[in-house]
Design a protein around this ligand. Structure first.
Ligand code: GLC
Length: 743
């Protein structure tokens, strides 16, 4: 037998080199990277003093203009500051970072955070508007651009997405979320996290996201911001949790605890939500930052007797980083000495912060390329995307006698109202570093759209607030002298957002009177709403032929409005939140319980009002188009399934009109009888489709236990046997129903 030749040492060496090269060239797996981060975190933690550890748990705000505060320099030099809020642009982050990286003992980089909610310099539609597109991919795109622009300003962390469910439009922060539904809200939460963070938030142009405000903040009693919230654990888990869980599933790196007390326990010191749910159940391994001084506010809540107790309770409950108030740093040493804090608790909070800083790649790349600011902000491309998204977010509420679209060759048009040429309000409350002068107003958009022969007359008519009707005469004259009048009414920038609760949803000031006067001039009248929450506009709905909900749609809103008014864009948006008829109906939402006496028109003794209809002005999911659609052939793949089974629901959608357009086909279910009363319907699927005239498409939805289940009395997520209804339609009211059984 031929002796095997021994491999010559050289070829052995060669094999070794190749294997080594392969190992080095193969990027480390995420598990290897994860282990490496943990090793580095623990090695650094072991070298830190108590003061340096507490420093990592401190975030302080910069000056309003993006500059850091002089005191920050010394704090950073001593390693006593971990993060800033609002320090950005103009080389400010790099200046402060250099002190951390060159002068502090352990050279732990700072984390620069800011509220980039729906755009940094290019401002996109408010999140409530983007939710009206029912196309989460748009929110992913806008968040991705927002991340790139924020990154260019030296930021690595945004306090977004805000994923609070809101059922009460008196609450001004309804503007910041995705509306009233957990399924739609979860879809947009996932999309925004993906947009901000990408697959790896250490990459250039990506930022760390923050799911906020954990939790239940949108249920503020009376719609009054910061007010208390009370709800069952079932409601908490089935309505308010899902968008936060979706954010975690999308890899969000941080959470922000909220201002509100939840069932008597402030959410910034609530061990059940911050530790039992977030850590023990959901295995979240990022960190939790408090909201702005919400740790100190535990005293106002009557939950902490003093600063030290507030710090004690917040860290032990699960808040890791304190925003702006300084109680962790002021009392941490004493709390440790008094064994009210353990070293392990402190170390775990610091570990979470360091873990995220390592994952961000901050230690390797602590600085931003300052030249990016000059090229990354407000590009032509980002304006184009902003205009497209704004157009897809707007909702056509009424269009009698095909009043819209208008012809670009219209002889004369009156552009009326306090929002017609307002360049500030369309940016919304959280407008990042967006600049009013960048905004395209409706008047500008219309002027750019119509023919050179068209006579455009502008009349403000009145202010957004105030009692004056001095401008009415001019506005009515403008309408009288034109072929058509478009009236722009709604809310100012500061009327929707934080600390912007309103007791009425009526149009502020004399705007409704202005609309009435203009409509009575006898010319075709269109009302365009520029606002941040559902309005109560009953008279307009009854008397004006065409209404467009344009929302606060950002930098390109005026162009997007003109695109729709003159037919270059066919509106396809749908309401992500119920529009009440009157404020007194609030809270009013589609996924309500049936009660023992569901409303009957001819039966006084049922759940309704004596002095107003019980139905909404416009239901959740409602929106019209310039074309018409027909939904048909709704079918279920089985008449009965097992509790762990799945069922397919199919439906056809056809464009029966004369022009291309988008329809959002929505799928709802109802669990008819259960051991906990279930909503009359729950959104469990949606698809936005574009169809040419005459085109027809078959859609399929799959329902499984995750769609059919609910939390029972023992807080177990179960699918119970019994009848289920499936409803498919173009909104939450106009549906075709089928049934199946879980056996
Ligand atoms: C505010 C808001 C929060 C924001 C934070 C930092 O009070 O509640 O949403 O991210 O403070 O500005």
């Amino acid at each position: 037998m031929k002796r095997r030749k021994h491999l010559r040492p050289l070829s052995l060496l060669l094999c070794l080199v190749v294997v080594l090269a392969l190992l080095l060239s193969t990027p480390p797996s995420s598990a290897q990277r994860g282990n490496d981060v943990e090793r580095r975190v623990n090695a650094l933690l072991a070298r830190m003093t108590l003061a340096e550890k507490l420093g990592q748990l401190q975030q302080l705000d910069g000056e309003g203009n993006g500059n850091f505060r002089p005191e920050h320099l010394e704090l950073v030099r001593k390693g006593l500051l971990g993060s800033t809020l609002g320090v950005r642009n103009g080389g400010q982050p790099n200046k402060l970072q250099r002190v951390a990286m060159e002068e502090s003992r352990l050279k732990i980089p700072l984390l620069f955070g800011f509220d980039t909610i729906h755009g940094y310099r290019t401002i996109f539609p408010i999140p409530l508007a983007e939710a009206a597109s029912w196309d989460p991919s748009l929110a992913e795109r806008s968040s991705s651009i927002a991340a790139k622009e924020s990154y260019a300003a030296g930021l690595r962390w945004t306090f977004a997405p805000m994923v609070d469910i809101a059922r009460d439009p008196r609450w001004g922060r309804i503007t910041e979320g995705a509306g009233e539904d957990p399924f739609l809200g979860a879809a947009f939460a996932r999309a925004r996290v993906r947009g901000f963070q990408g697959d790896d938030y250490s990459q250039p142009g990506k930022v760390l996201a923050c799911a906020k405000h954990w939790v239940g903040y949108g249920a503020a009693e009376g719609g009054r911001d910061y007010n208390t919230t009370e709800m069952s654990e079932q409601t908490l888990r089935s309505i308010y949790f899902p968008p936060f869980k979706a954010a975690i599933d999308a890899g969000v790196g941080t959470f922000m605890s909220a201002f509100n007390a939840l069932n008597g326990v402030p959410t910034s010191a609530n061990h059940f939500t911050l530790t039992k749910v977030l850590r023990d159940e959901w295995k979240f391994d990022g960190f939790v930052v408090s909201d702005y001084t919400s740790v100190k506010e535990l005293i106002n809540h009557g939950y902490a007797a003093n600063d030290k107790e507030a710090a004690w309770l917040a860290l032990n409950a699960g808040v890791d980083m304190e925003m702006v108030s300084r109680l962790f740093n002021q009392h941490g040493a004493a709390l440790l000495n008094e064994k009210k804090w353990t070293q392990a608790t402190i170390d775990e909070a610091v570990r979470r912060v360091l873990r995220i800083k390592f994952r961000l790649g901050l230690f390797e790349r602590p600085y931003v390329d300052e030249s990016l600011e000059k090229t990354a902000h407000l590009t032509a491309e980002s304006r184009t995307v902003a205009r497209e998204i704004a157009g897809k977010s707007m909702v056509l509420l009424k269009n009698d006698r095909e009043t819209l679209p208008l012809a670009k060759t219209v002889g004369s048009i009156a552009v009326i109202g306090p929002l017609a040429d307002d360049n500030r309000s369309p940016l919304g409350w959280w407008s990042g570093d967006g600049k009013d002068e960048d905004t395209v107003t409706p008047l500008t958009g219309i002027r750019a759209k119509v023919s050179s022969q068209t006579k455009v007359t502008y009349a403000k008519g009145c202010d957004i607030t105030g009692d004056s009707d001095a401008g009415f005469v001019e506005a009515v004259a403008a309408a009288r002298s034109s072929d058509v009048a478009v009236v722009f009414v709604g809310e100012s920038k500061d009327m929707a957002g934080e600390a912007a609760s309103r007791v009425t949803l009526d149009l502020p000031g004399r705007q409704m009177d202005l609309v009435k006067e203009v409509a009575r001039a006898g010319k075709p009248t269109i009302v365009v709403l520029i606002n941040g929450r559902p309005p109560a506009i009953g008279w307009i709905v009854d008397n004006v032929p065409a209404i467009l909900e344009a929302w606060m749609a950002g930098t390109e809103s005026g162009n997007a409005i003109a695109d729709i008014l003159f037919g270059d864009v066919n509106p396809g948006g749908k309401l992500p939140v119920t529009f009440p008829r009157v404020t007194g109906q609030v809270p009013i939402y589609y996924n309500h319980l049936n009660t023992g006496r569901p409303p009957e028109a001819n039966n006084r003794y049922t759940a309704k009002y004596f002095d107003a209809p019980w139905t909404p002005q416009f239901p959740f999911g409602f929106g019209l188009s310039y074309t018409q659609f027909k939904i048909s052939n709704v079918a279920v793949s089985a008449t009965q399934i097992r509790p762990d089974g799945t069922i397919r629901v199919t439906a056809d959608v056809e464009n029966t009109g004369k022009r291309a357009g988008d329809e959002v086909v929505q799928l709802y279910i109802r669990d008819v009888t259960a051991t906990i009363t279930r909503p009359v319907k729950e959104l469990k699927g949606f698809q936005r489709v574009t169809l040419q005239p005459g085109a027809k498409r078959s859609l399929e939805f799959v329902l499984g236990p995750e769609h059919l289940g609910f939390y029972n009395r023992d807080m177990k997520f179960v699918v119970e046997p019994g009848e289920f209804r499936v409803m498919v339609g173009s909104n939450s009211q106009d549906v075709i129903e089928k049934t199946f059984e879980v056996r």
